[in-house]
Write a protein that binds this ligand. Structure first.
Ligand SMILES: Cc1cc2nc3c(=O)[nH]c(=O)nc-3n(C[C@H](O)[C@H](O)[C@H](O)COP(=O)(O)OP(=O)(O)OC[C@H]3O[C@@H](n4cnc5c(N)ncnc54)[C@H](O)[C@@H]3O)c2cc1C
Length: 288
């Protein structure tokens, strides 16, 4: 493994580094995925654009206005875990970040790295799909475009990012006003920490004062080539009373989620086990 490193500290240095190195570069943020990947592929003559010293508010901070919260791509999993606003309003995201690897890895692993790795087992990425987040991409010309996270993942390790683009931040719309939130992240793994999921389920369900469901996000991880948004299952719940779903309705919901799963058998679990586990955790989130 052999590579050069450039370390931009400002946005203009970053854009210059992208332009100068054209297509032959990789970004490095927390390096918890990148180093393994470069070692595995024995990559030679690539330039690593090291983002660890970049000082830019859009990349580094968590900000919010009346409509949305913006999380910079370089914000770490542990900063997400410790953010009180996220904990209260988006438990699914806080729990997903808290489930990632170990305390040590969470200190350096970034939200941007988790998304851009585009792994079907990305915990933070799965929560962001349930939250219907948007990705802000910055190009080497300085232009920004926004892509829905649902369109961002094209396949395992494949994203909609162009060669001269970088993920700068993620936007999440704030919850509707005066609503109840039922939100969380369930990860089934072969052990409790330092483990990628065998199956994961991210859910964010909003209901009004009458307890009628108004907005739903359900995402599943590790059961298809990419994280999937279970659109039909979300639609099925809209308008229903959250507290009085019949057993048959819970099973119908779980069946609808399962339609989005096409798991494989591998060293960690069989396809059959993944489907059974997914069916059962889907039903469990609707228990009161
Ligand atoms: C022991 C271990 C356990 C793990 N457990 C889990 C787990 O439980 N759950 C889980 O989800 N993940 C897990 N991971 C994977 C990893 O820790 C996460 O995916 C992490 O969030 C990656 O972030 P990073 O900052 O380290 O990314 P990096 O390794 O720096 O980068 C990852 C990829 O994203 C690209 N990239 C980074 N930032 C940007 C950006 N801003 N714009 C464009 N491209 C960018 C890089 O070029 C690279 O391709 C584990 C890893 C290890 C080593």
């Amino acid at each position: 493994m052999e590579f050069d490193i450039v370390t931009p500290t400002t946005k203009s240095e970053l854009l210059k580094a992208i332009k100068t190195n054209k297509n032959n570069f990789r970004f490095g943020a927390g390096y918890t995925d990148l180093i393994l990947e470069l070692k595995k592929k024995n990559v030679l003559n690539v330039t690593v654009i090291n983002l660890a010293q970049l000082n830019d508010k859009k990349f580094n901070s968590i900000e919010r206005n009346l409509k949305f919260i913006r999380i910079g791509a370089l914000v770490t999993a542990s900063s997400i875990v410790n953010d009180k606003f996220i904990e209260k309003n988006f438990p699914v995201l806080q729990q997903a970040a808290n489930n990632l690897a170990s305390a040590q890895i969470r200190q350096v692993a970034t939200i941007g790295g988790n998304i851009c790795t585009a792994s079907p087992s990305g915990d933070i990425a799965c929560a962001l799909v349930a939250l219907k987040a948007k990705c802000e991409l910055l190009s080497s010309t300085g232009k920004t475009r926004t892509v829905s996270i649902l369109e961002f993942f094209l396949g395992p390790r494949k994203t909609a990012m162009k060669k001269d683009e970088i993920l700068s931040s993620v936007l999440i719309s704030l919850n509707e006003k005066n609503i109840n939130i039922h939100s969380g992240f369930i990860k089934v793994g072969t052990r409790r920490s330092m483990e990628c999921s065998v199956v994961s389920l991210a859910y964010h369900i909003q209901s009004d004062k009458k307890n009628l469901i108004t907005n739903v996000g359900i995402a599943i991880g590790s059961v298809a080539p990419t994280i999937r948004f279970a659109e039909n299952a979300c639609g099925f719940l809209i308008g229903k009373k959250a507290s009085s779903l019949a057993r048959g309705e819970k099973e119908e919901f779980a069946e609808k989620v399962l339609k989005y799963a096409s798991p494989i058998s591998d060293i960690r679990a069989t396809a059959w086990y993944r489907k059974e586990a997914l069916f059962n955790i889907c039903k469990s989130i609707l228990e009161n």
